[in-house]
Design a protein around this ligand. Structure first.
Ligand SMILES: *Cc1c(COP(=O)(O)O)cnc(C)c1O
Length: 382
């Protein structure tokens, strides 16, 4: 039995008939940019996340960048301001900060949860620090109580990188950053509603994935929503009237229509991912393999199931030979990349250790129990 790391074809053919209907209506509409499907999806996704506003944009990187550009336009950020970000994040978070003319300040991670090491936040502060970007890496909401308490104490904007965490949720908390919180009565708050604004990606492999590129900004901040909506479309509120120096980063109309179909399946897909994760967490027993720490299963949507081992490369070769797909998320941390040569001498020991030991094993809503059992058998025989 061969188990691929992620079968995107199988994930998407579940919707084949609906997709075909959607494409026909899209074609027949004669309206291909920022049409009804984008608006409908924005409303549906805002509602899903429990936020007031959702703005569809071109991809996840742009979502994060446009939030930062938006805050610059509103005078809440200025070129050269510092933004605290996790050293072990995917490179997009850092690129968004740099492209917006701001300065990323990296903070080392915690090996167990892959989130910020919150004890290191204080020393990352300077008079120029204006924002913090928590990343819900691998689908697990990072320690938002601590991050928000820190942000409140230092008057920082909180911008979530929620690109891997569609649908993850935590109990409603007194440390909620936004006093504009939309759904105060709710017992849970979802990723995308845990700070001042959040960026999502709908890259095909994400828990809510398009059949191409896509992204969204979510926020309860009316002013920011309005600015981002202009920025994504050449800075115009009305066609050909350009209030701001904008960008071209719109959520594609067809992708929005497809995402509307898939959004209905998201909770059930996430639950299936949790079910598989529980099987891994309770049944895997190989002493050489360190399992992820999951304090709250609702706060995790298992975009990835990431284990650690000192013999990672050998373990991966063994899995490949045994017919089990795996990937490394990620092989090189941002501060070791050639693109950021100015950081190559910096030291983030936990981040380095994470990148040298992590391996993602298969998890997806379309995996069968037999496939899961086979992965467990193979991993435990290593
Ligand atoms: C996927 C991802 C992004 C970027 O999304 P794109 O749609 O590829 O631009 C940003 N941050 C994280 C953590 C991601 O996983």
């Amino acid at each position: 039995m061969k188990i691929t790391f992620l079968d995107l074809h199988k994930i998407n053919t579940r919707f084949e008939t609906e997709f075909q209907g959607v494409f026909q209506s899209f074609l027949d509409s004669g309206y291909y940019i920022l049409g009804n499907s984008v608006t409908e999806f924005e409303n549906a996704f805002a509602n899903y996340c429990g936020v007031k506003h959702c703005i569809g944009v071109g991809n996840g990187l742009d979502a994060l960048r446009l939030i930062l550009e938006g805050y610059k336009m509103l005078g809440k950020l200025t070129e050269g301001d510092e933004v605290i970000v996790a050293a072990n994040t995917y490179i997009a978070t850092i690129l968004a900060i740099k492209q917006a003319g701001l300065t990323p300040v990296l903070v080392d991670a915690e090996a167990e949860t892959f989130g910020f090491d919150c004890s290191k936040l204080e020393q990352a502060m300077s008079p120029k620090t204006k924002a913090i970007m928590p990343v819900h890496l691998y689908g697990q909401i990072t320690n938002m109580d601590k991050v928000n308490a820190f942000a409140i104490a230092h008057n920082l904007l909180v911008i979530e990188d929620a690109a891997q965490a569609h649908g993850a949720k935590i109990p409603n908390s007194k440390f909620q950053k936004t006093n504009t919180g939309y759904d105060k009565s709710s017992h849970f708050l979802k990723a995308g509603n845990l700070g001042d604004a959040a960026g999502f990606s709908f890259y095909p492999t994400k828990n809510l994935g398009a059949l191409g590129d896509g992204g969204a900004v979510t926020t309860n901040d009316e002013e920011l929503a309005e600015v981002v909506k202009m920025l994504r479309n050449y800075g115009a509120k009305t066609k050909y009237v350009n209030n701001l120096e904008g960008f071209n980063s719109r959520l594609d109309e067809l992708q929005a229509a497809l995402l509307l179909v898939k959004l209905k399946q998201l909770d059930s897909d996430n639950n299936r991912r949790r079910e598989i994760a529980k099987m891994y967490l309770t049944q895997l027993s190989n002493k050489k393999i360190i399992l992820p720490t999951v304090p709250d299963v609702d706060a995790h949507v298992f975009h990835l199931f990431v284990v650690r081992t000192d013999s990672r490369d050998e373990f991966q070769q063994y899995l490949t030979k045994s017919g089990v797909g795996s990937l490394i998320h990620y092989p090189i941390p941002p501060h070791r990349q050639k693109a950021f040569s100015e950081w190559n001498q910096l030291s983030f020991p936990v981040t380095d250790r994470i990148h040298n030991t992590v391996l993602s094993i298969p998890i997806s809503p379309v995996m069968t129990n037999e496939e899961v059992q086979r992965v467990i058998e193979v991993v435990d025989s290593y």
